[in-house]
Design a protein around this ligand. Structure first.
Ligand code: HEM
Length: 294
């Protein structure tokens, strides 16, 4: 028994250590190898900007000039490479060229596209597939910037929300309250026990993506049950159920805060990935149309 408890404590400690390491990893990639890829990106942007400014051509080079083609080719190559992070993430390999290095390069070289892509346009924008590709690229980049900010900001809030509890423990605590509520509701009047049963049978993850993101659950049956028990004539049984419903409501609030922060950490990928796919499609159309009208 003791060894079981020790094992439990041990695996809990391991879980926490892993979570801590993962949280640190969420931003560790920014400083990877002393900002190596930041310097690579800055050098690349610097060289390409100097090239753009020193080329003797009037008007200034745009996408259709030889310099524009060079910038376009570098940009396209970078975008295809950046898109491959999705594949790489799913096939991680430890060692020299690891995921942390990839993510670091991804972020800084991704940001360098703001300079490379903008110089490639020659500051010429319009209602066409070329500008669409540029706009999609900026959507991907902006969502990525949000992602880096979210990774840096939210994981510590996540640990704060949970206190010492893991997600499974929070759900277990709710289930323990529910068991007590189930028996405490037995002596209640039919109409009162019905609202308690409705609260107990509502899926704790109800509310959908919107509820999760905003933390608003207007159809919460626990809240409705609390209000109904409040209105009911006071007795020992209603007092007990009221106290338990209040505990349930607090426990639910904790789980919902946790779910909200998790959603805020993950939401940007629902923009970053589809916009990447749209960007690759727009780039294909952009390149085909450029060569078609050549
Ligand atoms: C056009 C440029 C970019 C493209 C095409 C692109 C594409 C992608 C793709 C396909 C993924 C993999 C997502 C997945 O499968 O989970 C990804 C992940 C990511 N991107 Fe980008 N990205 C670009 C720019 C950026 C920028 C500028 C930043 C930050 C400033 C950024 C930050 C991230 C981060 C933090 C991840 C997640 C890494 C992880 O969870 O391990 N991306 N990106």
């Amino acid at each position: 028994m003791a060894s079981k408890a020790q094992n439990g404590a041990g695996s809990e400690a391991t879980f926490r250590a892993r979570e801590k390491a993962r949280d640190a990893d969420h931003v560790g990639f920014l400083k990877h190898k002393r900002f190596r890829y930041l310097w690579v990106a800055l050098t690349l942007c610097g060289l390409l900007t100097v090239g753009y400014l020193t080329i003797e051509q009037e008007p200034r080079p745009n996408g259709g000039s030889w310099y524009g083609y060079t910038l376009g080719t570098i940009g396209l190559g970078l975008i295809v490479w950046l898109s491959l992070l999705g594949v790489r993430k799913r096939r991680p390999t430890p060692g020299h060229w690891n995921l942390k290095g990839w993510t670091s390069a991804h972020v800084y070289l991704g940001l360098s596209l703001i300079v490379i892509g903008t110089l490639h346009t020659g500051f010429q924008f319009g209602w066409n597939v070329h500008t669409l590709a540029y706009a999609l690229m900026m959507v991907v980049i902006l969502s990525g910037m949000y992602g880096v900010w979210a990774y840096a900001t939210f994981p510590s809030k996540l640990s704060g929300t949970r206190g010492e509890m893991t997600r499974a423990q929070m759900v277990e605590a709710l289930e323990a309250i529910d068991r007590q509520l189930d028996s405490a509701a037995q002596p209640l009047e039919r109409s009162e026990s019905d609202v308690v049963i409705a609260a107990l049978s509502q899926d704790i993850f109800f509310g959908g993506a919107w509820g999760r993101l905003t933390g608003t659950y207007p159809g919460c049956a626990t809240k409705a049950a609390l209000a109904a028990i409040d209105r009911a004539p006071t007795s020992e049984a209603t007092d007990k159920v009221h106290a338990l419903l209040t505990r349930r409501s607090d426990q639910l609030a904790q789980i919902r805060r946790y779910l909200r922060i998790k959603a805020l950490i993950e939401i940007w990928l629902f923009i970053h990935i589809p916009a990447t796919i749209a960007l690759l499609a727009a780039l294909l159309a952009h390149v085909v149309s450029v060569f078609y009208y050549w």
